[in-house]
Write a protein that binds this ligand. Structure first.
Ligand SMILES: Nc1nc2c(c(=O)[nH]1)N[C@H]1C(S)=C(S)[C@@H](COP(=O)(O)O)O[C@H]1N2
Ligand SMILES: [Mo]
Length: 228
């Protein structure tokens, strides 16, 4: 960590989780999703299924009016870059879950929730993690509606977890009793908590830093090639 003139740590770097470096926010993800830039449907809905007694489709419009909150948070990609101080606005996931628990009849034995995007990407979150107060379904970023780059019409924001949990373009929620790995497979960690450096299910977090970091330039090129 570079020292400041006063000898202290660089502001902002101080609170980064282990192994992370500050970077600018850019559209990012698994390289295979770079060409898929989903266009939000006119009337977006979230399909709710899995271990529920009444599967249903939730219109996104109706969802976003109530109990909105703003959240200042960093986005930590497992490849070691972190975009700092993003201002998200949306609805806490736990509010939405409370509605669904009643309307869809979520099985009390549910422990995991898989969130899927319009591009087919998905992540499986530990339900207790998803119900933390700082997990949002966000429709605005830095004072503007979420654009196609960062997850329109709606994305999950789970600040205590690696970016791979913050699914963009949310189109479905599936409640589950067991973990089901997403497209990143067993390369990611079922919890993915940045504080504990849970980068992968296998081997300690620090082992993965140089591995993932070496893939950043190639991945950035793939995503930049598909800018509109
Ligand atoms: N739908 C969808 N969500 C996704 C991804 C993706 O490829 N598709 N990539 C994830 C990863 S690995 C990261 S680091 C963040 C990047 O968010 P950004 O594109 O807003 O920078 O989105 C996450 N959510
Ligand atoms: Mo990531």
């Amino acid at each position: 960590m570079a020292p400041t003139p006063s000898g202290g740590p660089v502001p902002g770097a101080r609170r980064l989780p282990p192994g992370q470096q500050p970077a600018r926010l850019e559209r990012f993800g698994l390289p295979r999703y770079a060409p898929r830039r989903p266009r939000p449907p006119e009337r977006p809905e979230i399909a709710v299924a899995g271990a529920v007694s009444r599967p249903l489709a939730l219109p996104v419009d109706g969802l976003l009016g109530t109990e909105r909150r703003a959240l200042r948070a960093d986005l930590h990609c497992v490849t070691t870059w972190s975009a700092l101080d993003l201002l998200w606005e949306g609805v806490p996931f736990r509010r939405v879950h409370a509605v669904l628990a009643a309307e869809a009849g979520v099985d009390p034995r549910v422990r995991w929730v898989t969130v899927t995007g319009l591009d087919g990407y998905r992540a499986c979150l530990y339900l207790d993690d998803a119900l933390a107060g700082d997990v949002l379904l966000a429709d605005r970023l830095v004072g503007a509606p979420l654009g196609a780059d960062h997850g329109a019409p709606l994305r999950l924001v789970a600040p205590a977890h690696y970016g791979y949990m913050s699914v963009k373009h949310v189109r479905a929620i599936e409640y589950r009793r067991t973990y089901a790995a997403g497209p990143a497979g067993w390369a990611v960690h079922p919890r993915g908590r940045t504080r504990l450096e849970e980068r992968s299910r296998y081997l300690p977090g620090p082992f993965w830093r140089p591995v993932w970091r070496s893939l950043v330039p190639m991945t950035r090129r793939a995503y930049r090639r598909h800018r509109p």
